[in-house]
Design a protein around this ligand. Structure first.
Ligand code: CTP
Length: 414
């Protein structure tokens, strides 16, 4: 099933510095950039900016220590922590210290202990405070956890008369640019720029009843590696993945599916305008002929399961191949090259990567693979054992070579 497209979410935490007055402007700009925003104001922040101006800019009620300790039945710090990106503005020395030392006695600190998305700190404080070893040690601690810092900058600091110097908070436009950079780094360009690559990955699950299914141990690592390699070479990538233990890679569209029928519908849809399709998915060949709606209780003695074949997605793609380069995988335990060549012919694939599940170090779930490239005519090339990422790169090299060959030019001139 396809997840409906959702707006990206941003949590803005406002700290207790005079620069807090810039936070409504930031919230407005984030919303203009398409973000759904939530806002937490610390107790100190509310001395500089009113809840009403924050709420008006955020389009949401402001979360504060009062709303946290109030009569709410939910754990507000956990729901707020689910934002796609977290920005702490007017970040004071006190807030940095609490976050760096795992304090959880106020809503902002407790939420920061629970966030999963990237964290951007935008500090604002007096230059002497910022330079103090205690503050710098806290900053280093947070950086070591992957948090990012923007500023403080050199310039007139606030309106409190401290004069000029380090300490001014970055402007809202710069903060929005930093947020966008954190969430979607600039698209790379390379030899696949302008091409669309569709990759299927992982296993499928064929349910017998609501709680039991037939599947296989595919980790999805091979497909994710191909997709990431294609992304880094500039391709527009769609990754269609069965249930695997890997997060959505940034910089591509990832579609999660369960069954072979769902995989088929998503891949065929994405492949319509694709240039290269790589089917690494370990598709279950069969599904239950009659999937039980209710959980099946055990019975005495043997049971029989009636299975019906799933459609062959690669073969279907092969029937309407057009200009696409079509690549499959095959796992064989015997007569590998011969069987893979006949699969490539039957499914009209340009080539198939053959691997052996029994081979040491290249079995399901590993980081390496040792594959043999097999063409429909039976011509084969055994590649040495290498990382799945390197296998991915070589698959894409070969796909580009085939495209260039078809176009009648050498790969360097395409
Ligand atoms: N494949 C597919 N749809 C299926 C089964 C497989 O698209 N229903 C794809 C796989 O993603 C892989 C290739 O076809 O790229 C080879 O899969 P494999 O299961 O080895 O092929 P089968 O034709 O099912 O052969 P076998 O009889 O050996 O299982």
């Amino acid at each position: 099933m396809t997840e409906p497209e959702r707006s990206p979410t941003a949590l803005v935490i406002v700290g207790g510095s005079v620069a807090a007055i810039k936070s409504p402007g930031l919230l407005r700009r984030l919303r203009e950039a398409g973000y759904v925003t939530d806002v937490i104001a610390t107790r100190a922040a509310l001395a500089f900016v009113t809840p009403l101006s924050l709420a008006t800019a955020a389009g949401r009620v402001v979360a504060t220590d009062e709303t946290w300790f109030g009569a709410r039945p939910d754990a507000q710090h956990l729901s707020l922590a689910r934002a796609g990106v977290n920005v702490i503005v007017a970040a004071s020395a006190d807030l940095l210290a609490r976050a760096a030392h795992g304090f959880a006695g106020d809503l902002a600190s407790a939420t920061l202990l629970s966030v999963t998305g990237p964290v951007l700190w935008v500090p604002a404080m007096n230059a002497a405070m910022w330079r103090h070893p205690a503050v710098q040690a806290n900053v280093q601690m947070l950086k070591s956890w992957g948090h990012t810092f923007l500023g403080p900058e050199v310039g007139a600091f606030g309106t409190l008369g401290e004069g000029s110097g380090l300490g001014r908070m970055a402007e809202p436009e710069e903060i929005v640019a930093a947020v966008l950079g954190l969430v979607s780094p600039p698209l790379p360009t390379g030899d696949l720029t302008g091409l669309k690559v569709v990759v299927s990955a992982g296993p499928t699950r064929e349910y017998l009843d609501p709680v039991r299914f037939i599947s296989n141990p595919s980790s999805g690592k091979m497909g994710f590696a191909v997709a990431e390699a294609a992304r880094d070479r500039g391709a527009d990538v769609v990754l269609v993945s069965g249930p695997v233990n890997l997060p959505d890679p940034p910089g591509m569209r990832t579609v999660r599916i369960g069954t072979a029928l769902e995989l088929r519908s998503e891949v065929l849809d994405a492949a319509q305008d694709a240039d290269i399709v790589v089917m690494t998915a370990a598709v279950a060949d069969y599904r239950a002929a009659d999937q039980a709606v209710e959980k099946q209780a055990k019975v005495a003695g043997d049971v029989q399961i009636h299975l019906t074949p799933n459609p062959d997605i690669l073969a279907e793609l092969g029937q309407h191949k057009g200009e696409r380069v079509l690549i499959g995988f095959a796992m064989e335990t015997h007569a590998g090259v011969e069987r893979a060549a006949s699969k490539a012919t039957r499914k009209n694939a340009d080539f198939i990567l053959l691997n052996y599940p029994t081979q040491a170090g290249t079995a399901f779930g590993g980081d390496d693979n040792q594959v043999t490239l097999v063409r429909p005519g039976g011509e084969s090339d055994a590649w040495p054992r290498m990382s799945k990422r390197e296998v991915g790169e070589r698959i894409l090299d070969e796909a580009l070579r085939i495209r260039a060959e078809r176009a009648g030019v050498s790969p360097g001139l395409t």
